[in-house]
Design a protein around this ligand. Structure first.
Ligand code: SIN
Length: 284
């Protein structure tokens, strides 16, 4: 079997076929997939009818996996699998509801943010519930040289609590982080422009979900700059929007994309996904 790559849009994304997802990949194929990930930002694998053990085994070929800090939504037998779901059993939610309904890059609030995430669709409403990704290489490439130079010297503060203080503030299903969870996720400083370690390309590295300021600037200076960058990086021509089929699995690169889960579906209809997260390095 040989790997086939078909681009999904001009902005980002490629569909990968010709791989048996249930068997170990040989080292050359792992390398080809990693290269495609850095190049296209998001990889779609269709018909990924994987159970949690298979999902973990496939994902683990791209690096060590991390368990989500909100541990109640990790599968007990497979803590590397984080459940994103609106499904309730005996009145109790089976996963993180309203997850990712704002632009963000996974774990940008950690010193070593995630390399990539693999989200596998198990149940999806017939209408709505798409996910969008923004290509942060394009966001960087299309800035003026003056702005590139200015941002190139700056760091931004990323904080998981920011999402809870803003997007989740009014949602009783997403109570504030516990003191233990906060202690595991103190604010961190990240370069505003990062270099992708595999492609060598530069990408804008800020996101509305977790970036709450620019180091060395008061809010009244930093917020207008961040607001511009958030608007700029989500221009429609930088976006790939995916309509999920059951058993689609998306592997995205958190180093050069950010993503947004659309909340445009009937919440009484089941949307149920499993996510694994591959550990990454300190951004530079
Ligand atoms: C996430 O941000 O990991 C969730 C994305 C989604 O549910 O589409």
């Amino acid at each position: 079997m040989s790997l086939t790559i078909r681009r999904l849009s001009m902005a980002a994304g490629a569909e990968i076929s010709g791989i048996d997802l249930k068997r170990p990949l040989n080292a050359d194929v792992v390398q080809e997939v990693k290269q495609a990930l850095g190049t296209y930002g998001i990889l779609l694998f269709r018909n990924a009818d994987l159970n949690p053990a298979e999902h973990v085994a496939f994902s683990g070929q791209f690096g060590p996996l991390e368990s989500h800090v909100v541990g109640e939504f990790n599968l007990p037998d497979h803590p590397e699998v984080f459940v994103v779901s609106n499904v309730r059993e005996n009145g109790k939610l089976k996963g993180a509801v309203y997850a990712g309904q704002y632009w963000h890059s996974d774990l940008s609030y950690m010193k070593k943010p995630s390399l990539g995430s693999l989200l596998l669709c198990h149940e999806m409403p017939e209408i709505g519930g798409d996910t969008m990704w923004a290509n942060m290489y394009l966001a960087y490439d299309t800035l003026s040289d003056t702005m590139k130079n200015f941002l190139g010297c700056l760091k931004a503060v990323h904080d998981y609590s920011h999402a809870y203080d803003t997007y989740f503030a009014h949602l009783k299903e997403r109570p504030p982080l516990t003191p233990e969870q906060r202690a595991k996720t103190p604010p961190v400083e990240q370069p505003m422009i990062r270099t992708h370690p595999e492609t060598g390309r530069k990408a804008l590295y800020v996101n509305p979900g977790f970036t709450k300021g620019i180091v060395g600037m008061p809010k009244e200076e930093s917020q207008p700059i961040l607001d511009f960058l958030f608007r700029h990086s989500t221009r429609p021509e930088f976006i790939y929007r995916h309509r999920w089929d059951v058993h689609d699995m998306m592997f995205w690169d958190n180093r050069c994309t950010m993503h947004y889960a659309l909340a445009d579906y009937d919440f009484s209809v089941r949307r149920h996904m499993h996510r694994t997260t591959v550990a990454g390095d300190v951004p530079y």
